[in-house]
Design a protein around this ligand. Structure first.
Ligand code: ADP
Ligand code: MG
Ligand code: ZN
Length: 474
């Protein structure tokens, strides 16, 4: 029998607020353990939470960017469970009225446009971290307690690990465009739970699902999904039945094992947090949030393909980075998009990679890129000289013209000056002249000599033309 896989994801993203969701402790990563804590985030009796407004702002922004309805009146609920990384023994989350509902995320898989609906986005607090140490045993670090998260829950719309990966990539790119999450995968800033079931191909009914929690890389999610699909098919093919359960994915051993049978919502004894009041987002605040949403990655990607004539790979490389996309679009208002894109895809990306810096932390601007492209188009500098100018464009406030001048890279296009060089080179290279008379092609060699004589500044087109002219006279 043929099967179709059905996948739903619950994606957690840490919001990049300075302070935690219900107290003023710092959210910064990597501090000595239990130094970013206070009575609120460690759940001391009597301590009272106060909601961080920025969390609401960021969550609603993500909702708007993913086509959700934002519930301008929502509330916080307690989700009760016991685990050593949760000192209050409940997590403040949202239950029946999440901040955002009914969205849809679009993405491409092998050139085909797909979408996945979002059931909801809610905000909640992160839990602490258990650190397992061979000598000290297990230590609990509460620094992460109360770090704000949004959880994005999809409908079971995905049907392969490739679709899941592209969906996750699009969520990540969107978070970075909105500047609401640092997206540092290695610091656990984005984690997901994957839910997998299978059904006979053509069937509309959902099969029993298995959940794997807390996967912190997208490639890990792909491996976990592929493994689980294969495992379920094998169970069913052997006459077995899938149990609804939570399984732990081991990304080293590349297999999963049963953790627990599935808990129900009622096991969490959700109820409204009596220490917090309802959250209200005014119309004016909503307008502010909407005004901060830039053109989104998929729209830029499509525009780069259709309007700028870029390849899928080029369009993806630039639209994946908000800073590069902004640079391209600003430059494209003044020069050919392709010319600007080529610089961004090649030398600009290489510089950023080599130096390990981000574009906004450098001094490169769209205006400088425009100047560079124009100087090359006008023949004032060669493309090669452009490459030499680039580092200073990142590092100094000088204009491109000033850098060109300082480095002596201005191309000589004055025909009189070049003619003198060409005649001199021909006079000094008797062997080349003899070769030429014997029917050999010596143009390449002579151009090289002239470039050398002009310290690389002679305009190659003019040199070529004048060499042909002078050789013809021989
Ligand atoms: P819970 O809150 O108990 O984790 P939900 O019903 O909210 O359960 O679903 C959580 C996730 O599981 C959602 O992303 C949803 O799309 C996905 N899901 C639900 N049923 C299935 C199924 N049969 N197969 C695959 N995924 C599923
Ligand atoms: Mg779940
Ligand atoms: Zn605190």
């Amino acid at each position: 029998m043929k099967y179709q896989a059905v996948i739903g994801l619950e994606v957690h993203a840490e919001l990049s607020t300075k302070s935690k969701i219900y107290c003023s402790c710092s959210t910064s990563f990597g501090a000595p353990i239990n130094t970013h804590t206070c009575p609120v985030c460690t759940g001391m009796p009597g301590a009272l939470p106060v909601l961080n407004k920025q969390v609401v702002h960021y969550a609603a922004k993500m909702g708007k960017a993913t086509g959700c309805t934002v519930n301008q009146l929502c509330k916080a609920d307690r989700k009760n469970y016991f685990y050593p990384d949760l000192p209050k023994a409940y997590q403040i989350s949202q239950f029946d009225v999440p901040i955002c509902e009914n969205g849809e995320v679009f993405f491409y898989v092998d050139g085909e446009k797909k979408s996945c609906r979002l059931e909801r986005i809610h905000f909640e607090e992160d839990a602490g971290k258990l650190l397992h140490d061979e000598i000290d045993g297990t230590v609990v670090d509460f620094n992460r307690c109360g770090v704000p998260l949004i959880e994005m829950v999809t409908k079971p719309d995905l049907h392969s690990s490739a679709e899941a990966k592209e969906f996750l990539e699009m969520i990540k790119t969107t978070l970075s465009y909105l500047d609401i999450c640092d997206c540092k995968m290695e610091e656990g800033s984005i984690r997901c739970d994957v839910n997998v079931s299978i059904r006979p191909e053509g069937s509309e009914e959902l099969g029993t699902r298995v959940e794997m929690k807390n996967i912190n890389t997208f490639s890990g999610a792909v491996r976990a999904i592929d493994y689980e699909i294969a495992r379920q098919i094998e169970v069913v093919e052997n006459g077995g039945e899938i149990q609804q359960e939570t399984r732990r994915w081991d990304d080293v051993k590349l297999k999963n094992t049963v953790m627990r049978t599935k808990e129900d919502a009622q096991d969490y004894r959700y109820f409204p947090d009596p220490d917090l009041i309802a959250v209200e987002i005014s119309d004016e605040w909503m307008r502010q949030i909407e005004s901060e949403i830039p053109e989104l990655p998929i729209s830029r990607y499509e525009r780069y393909l259709n309007e700028y004539g870029m390849t899928a790979m080029e369009a993806r490389l630039i639209s994946d980075s908000f800073a590069k996309a902004e640079l391209l679009d600003a430059a494209a208002r003044q020069v050919k998009p392709k010319a600007a894109a080529n610089w961004i895809l090649s030398d600009i990306s290489k510089y950023l990679n080599d130096k390990g810096v981000e574009l906004p932390d450098t001094k490169l601007t769209a205006d400088k890129l425009v100047d560079l492209v124009k100087l090359i188009e006008a023949g004032t500098i060669s493309g090669n000289a452009g490459k030499k100018v680039l580092p200073s464009m990142f590092e100094t406030d000088e204009t491109v013209e000033a850098i060109v001048g300082r480095m002596g890279l201005k191309q000589v296009s004055d025909e009189g000056a070049i003619l003198a060089i060409v005649q001199d080179v021909i006079a000094k290279n008797e062997k080349a002249v003899a070769d030429f008379k014997a029917g050999k092609n010596v143009t390449g060699f002579l151009v090289g000599q002239c470039m050398k004589a002009s310290k690389g500044q002679g305009n190659p087109q003019i040199i070529n033309k004048l060499i042909a002219q002078e050789l013809a006279k021989l």
